[in-house]
Design a protein around this ligand. Structure first.
Ligand SMILES: Cc1cc2nc3c(=O)[nH]c(=O)nc-3n(C[C@H](O)[C@H](O)[C@H](O)COP(=O)(O)O)c2cc1C
Length: 257
């Protein structure tokens, strides 16, 4: 099993790294897992220019030539991905936000249908709920199934041990790790009703587009616009889930996230 950890802290060996290392050790108790760290701080990932070319015309036409496609390959090649960032001002760090923005095209054209986990450390737990919600939402929109959000309070002191009491931190880490490991073992995630409803909502909206539009072509090429599709891939979903999600998809546009 291959796990990729995408590290969003500007401090390479800080609290977030320390917690991720514990996750690694905990996962390795299950089997001999290949664990790779990618530090956004070390990559050439330029700031999004906001031109929108990736959204409208395709990511291959992005004017920035840097490590973005290497990162995409790494996410495709992993069995599971752990996205980490300390909480900065109730949000992810600038490094992680730029990473998310650079992959905005995957929100239009989802592609990572695999299990993931988000992990944050914070000084006092202030704003972490808000941070994790939007962090998770971005990844869901790319196709990831975020099976767990891990949230550890460190007291802002890089030299101290975890200040979520150690036994509680270990319990949380072990629980999250087990959940991620089991989910990856099962294979492709079984979609939730919300995920299926969102797919059907998107399908309806894409179907209204000019067939020459990039998103239309992408959906069409994947076979997602056919009548009998309920999700991005075939899954063992029962009749009830299919019917409820189809009904619910009519109201998705009314929801505010
Ligand atoms: C610029 C900055 C903003 C921060 N904002 C928050 C915050 O909003 N809420 C919080 O609880 N901690 C906040 N912290 C504390 C960090 O989240 C905490 O120290 C974290 O464990 C640092 O992780 P690192 O060592 O991996 O960089 C902030 C720290 C910095 C430097």
């Amino acid at each position: 099993m291959k796990i990729l950890a995408i590290m969003g802290s500007p401090r390479k060996k800080g609290n977030t790294y320390n917690v991720t290392r514990i996750v690694e050790e905990s996962m390795k108790k299950f089997e001999n897992i290949e664990f790779e760290y990618v530090f956004l701080k070390d990559l050439d990932l330029k700031s999004c220019l906001g031109c929108g070319v990736c959204l409208d015309k395709g990511e291959e036409l992005c004017p920035l030539n840097d490590d973005r496609s290497m990162l995409e390959d790494k996410m495709h090649n992993a069995d599971g991905v752990i996205f980490t960032s300390p909480t900065y001002m109730f949000n992810v760090t600038g490094l992680m936000k730029n990473f998310i923005d650079r992959f905005a095209y995957a929100c239009h054209r989802p592609r990572f249908f695999k299990n993931a986990m988000v992990l944050t450390t914070s000084g006092a737990g202030i704003g972490t709920k808000m941070m994790l919600k939007s962090f998770k939402m971005a990844l869901l929109s790319w196709g990831f199934d975020v099976v767990e959000s891990l949230d550890i309070i460190t007291n802002g002191d890089s030299t101290s041990k975890l200040s979520t009491p150690k036994h509680k931190a270990n319990k949380k880490i072990n629980y999250a790790t087990r959940k991620l490991y089991k989910a990856i073992q099962k294979g492709k995630p079984n979609p939730s009703i919300l995920g299926m409803s969102m797919f059907q909502f998107a399908k309806k909206e894409i179907n209204k587009l000019n067939p020459e539009y990039y998103d239309f072509v992408y959906y069409n090429n994947q076979g997602w616009l056919k009548d009998n599709t309920y999700y991005y891939y075939d899954s063992e979903t029962n009749f009830v889930k299919k019917t409820v999600s189809k009904l619910f998809s009519n109201f998705i546009g009314l929801l505010s996230f």
